[in-house]
Design a protein around this ligand. Structure first.
Ligand SMILES: Cc1cc2nc3c(=O)[nH]c(=O)nc-3n(C[C@H](O)[C@H](O)[C@H](O)COP(=O)(O)O)c2cc1C
Length: 222
C-alpha cells in the first residue's frame, strides 16, 4: 500500500470479527512498531498482547468491573474537561459515533451501551495493553514516546489489513489488568488497543471523523 493510503485507511474501528490474526503476522506488526522513535531511544513502552482465552478472560472481568465501578481508578486520572473548539470536536466525535451505532443523545441506556462496548473490546479477538514505566520523573515525555509507538503500531496493523481502536477507557481498571497479567505496579497503564479483522456489517465501522484545517493547527515560518 502507498503510505498515504495506510494513513488514511486507519480509523478507529469498533466492531470486529472473531477471526484471530495469525501468530507470524502478530509478531511482524509488533516488531515493526518497535522501530518508533523515543527520547534517547529509551523505548519506555511495555506491551502485553492478549489473544484467545487470555483476551476473553480479560473481557469478561472488565465487563463486570466496568458495570459495578463505572469510574475505576486510572493511573492517569482525567483532570478536567475540554472546552472551546476542543469540546466542539469531542461532541462532534461522540455524536457521529452514536449516529452510526443507532444511539441518540437523549437515550441514556443506549449511550451506556455504547460506552460498555469499550469493555467488550468491541468483540475483538485481541487487545494490547500499553504500559509506561514510572521509574523516572519524565512521564509526559515517556508518554509522548508511547504515543509514537502506538501510532506506528496501528499503521503497521492498517498496512496488514488489521483494524484497531486505541482505548483510554480500558485504562480505568489498571489494577485488574496488572493482577490478571502479573505486571509490576511500577508499570502504569496508558491505554489498550483492541484489534482484529473488522466486521463490515457493524455500522460503527462506517463512522469517519474529520480534521481541522491545516492552518488552524500548523504555522509555517520562513
Ligand atoms: C489515546 C487515545 C485514546 C482513545 N480512547 C478511546 C476510547 O476509550 N474509546 C473509543 O471508542 N475511542 C477512543 N479513541 C479513539 C478516538 O476517538 C479517535 O482516534 C478519534 O475520534 C479520531 O478518529 P479516528 O481514529 O477514526 O481517526 C482514542 C484515541 C486515542 C488516540
Amino acid at each position: 500500500m502507498e503510505f498515504s493510503d495506510v494513513v488514511h485507511g486507519r480509523h478507529s474501528y469498533r466492531g470486529f470479527l472473531p477471526k484471530a490474526v495469525d501468530d507470524a503476522t502478530l509478531k511482524a506488526v509488533f516488531e515493526l512498531a518497535s522501530w518508533a522513535p523515543s527520547n534517547c531511544n529509551v523505548q519506555p513502552w511495555h506491551v502485553h498482547v492478549l489473544s484467545g482465552d487470555a483476551c476473553n478472560r480479560m473481557r469478561e472481568k472488565m465487563k463486570v468491573v466496568a458495570a459495578t465501578d463505572p469510574v475505576g481508578n486510572a493511573d492517569f486520572p482525567w483532570q478536567g474537561k475540554f472546552s472551546g473548539h476542543y469540546r466542539d470536536r469531542q461532541i462532534c466525535s461522540a455524536l457521529g459515533l452514536w449516529e452510526h451505532q443507532g444511539v441518540t443523545r437523549e437515550d441514556k441506556a443506549k449511550r451506556a451501551w455504547s460506552w460498555m462496548r469499550n469493555f467488550e473490546f468491541f468483540d475483538a479477538p485481541h487487545i494490547a495493553f500499553i504500559f509506561v514505566t514510572d521509574e523516572f520523573p519524565e512521564t509526559v515525555r515517556l508518554a509522548a514516546d508511547v504515543g509514537m509507538y502506538t501510532q506506528t503500531l496501528m499503521l503497521a496493523m492498517a498496512n496488514a489489513n488489521i483494524g484497531s481502536c486505541p482505548q483510554t477507557s480500558v485504562s480505568c481498571y489498571p489494577d485488574l489488568v496488572r493482577e490478571e497479567l502479573g505486571v509490576d505496579s511500577k508499570y502504569k497503564l496508558l491505554m489498550g488497543i483492541s484489534f482484529g479483522y473488522i466486521d463490515v456489517e457493524d455500522g460503527a465501522n462506517n463512522f469517519r471523523t474529520e480534521r481541522a484545517p491545516l492552518e488552524s493547527t500548523t504555522t509555517f515560518h520562513q
